[in-house]
Design a protein around this ligand. Structure first.
Ligand SMILES: Nc1ncnc2c1ncn2[C@@H]1O[C@H](COP(=O)(O)OP(=O)(O)O)[C@@H](O)[C@H]1O
Ligand SMILES: [Mg+2]
Length: 363
């Protein structure tokens, strides 16, 4: 995947700008509040996904303008493609986000998902190491949904039956036929849950070693990252999850809610043998998340046959010089965008420098 050109009109603080990135590394430099993240956000929108900042359409359009236009030329699947994405304000002829791909109207931008692929990292992702298990499950689920269309269906069915089972367990004593109903729910949980667990286990078997290798490189071999998937039982076989659910049955009835299953699982993250959440420094936690994100991109590259573009926002702060240099000189055939407001970083990179000032882009 390679973005060759992006032209932006009335997008956030950008009146009009053209970006022609390098095939490998492009470093977006500028002081705070100039539009660096806005540029990354624009590239991300080409994926057809939601804004990584969770922004609403109205926030994307330059203040007091009716719509934004993003016009992109990129290489995907071995051919040059053109994408025109517009974001229209409410009440305009074309409200919301719509896409035109290689000249053909594709309607809603979400319909082009999978055409242009990217992986984004921003400082909020630190919660992957620092936060609770739901953030790590979300990371797994989001990555798996992109790779396997069937995963979303299984995960949704599992979530639905789990909600139904929770409602039953809460009112177990007063529900007629509760025992049979619970049998049905357990069976469905075992079926869909084991599918979810099988994919998670497969995914982690690829992600964990890739993330560990990235971390080794980022830390110049000085530190070790270990990520372990903690399944609630041996993954993959519905009978095993069914057995686990049977074992927990009376405890779940007593508790009044579901106690086990993929919706309660977690990833364990160790830095040099210590739990990263508790013992990791800010810089180490950042390196760990970055390693996971880079690994997410390379696993997606293996599975989909095309490496996603990497968007790394504000990753350099809190990394020591050696770690920054690693990121700024990491030349591969994978296109990467890095933002920085650190003027010292400019001198160290072998990537293309692009300066962003008050929404203007200078190459
Ligand atoms: N819809 C919008 N219209 C005009 N300006 C906007 C809009 N949305 C954000 N901005 C401006 O963009 C700037 C922030 O840009 P950003 O890319 O986050 O900066 P940074 O270079 O620090 O990453 C702020 O000055 C903000 O006021
Ligand atoms: Mg920013």
């Amino acid at each position: 995947m390679r973005l060759d050109r992006l032209e932006l009109t009335d997008f956030r603080n950008i009146v009009h700008a053209t970006l022609t990135p390098a095939p490998q590394l492009t470093v977006l430099c500028g002081a705070n509040g100039q539009g660096k993240t806005n540029l990354l956000e624009a590239i991300w929108l080409l994926t057809g996904g939601k804004s990584f900042r969770g922004a609403k359409d109205a926030e994307l359009i330059r203040r007091d303008q009716p719509f934004s236009v993003l016009e992109a030329a990129f290489e995907a699947g071995g051919r040059d493609q053109q994408l025109r994405l517009t974001v229209g304000a409410k009440g305009t002829p074309r409200p919301g986000r719509t896409a035109r791909l290689n000249g053909a109207d594709r309607g809603r931008a979400a319909s082009i998902a999978g055409t242009f692929t990217a992986v984004a990292f921003d400082p909020n992702h630190l919660s992957l190491v620092k936060g609770g298990p739901e953030g790590r499950r979300h990371f797994l689920d989001a990555a798996l949904c992109q790779l396997y269309p069937g995963y979303l269906a299984a995960a949704r069915r599992y979530a639905r039956v789990t909600a139904q089972k929770n409602a039953l367990l809460k009112a177990y004593e007063i529900t007629p036929g509760a025992e049979m109903l619970l049998d049905t729910y357990n069976q469905a949980q075992a079926q869909y849950g084991s599918e979810v667990m099988r994919r998670r286990a497969e995914y982690m078997a690829r992600l964990a070693p890739a993330a560990a290798a990235n971390y080794r490189d980022i830390s110049s071999g000085a530190e070790r990252l270990e990520i372990r998937y903690k399944p609630c039982c041996e993954p993959g076989d519905p009978a095993l999850l069914a057995a686990k659910l049977a074992e927990m049955r009376s405890a779940e009835i007593r508790a009044g809610f579901c106690l086990t299953g993929p919706h309660r699982e977690d990833l364990e993250i160790f830095i040099d043998g210590q739990p990263g959440k508790v013992f990791g420094s800010q810089g180490q936690q950042r390196s760990a998340v970055l390693s996971m994100k880079l690994a997410e991109a390379s696993v997606a590259g293996e599975v989909l046959g095309e490496h996603p573009v990497m968007l790394l926002d504000d990753v350099l702060s809190e990394l020591d010089d050696a770690r920054q240099t690693y990121l700024l000189t990491r030349i591969e055939d994978k296109q990467t965008f890095v933002t920085t407001c650190d003027s010292a970083a400019f001198a160290r990179t072998n990537g293309k420098l692009v300066f962003v000032t008050s929404g203007e882009v200078t190459e």
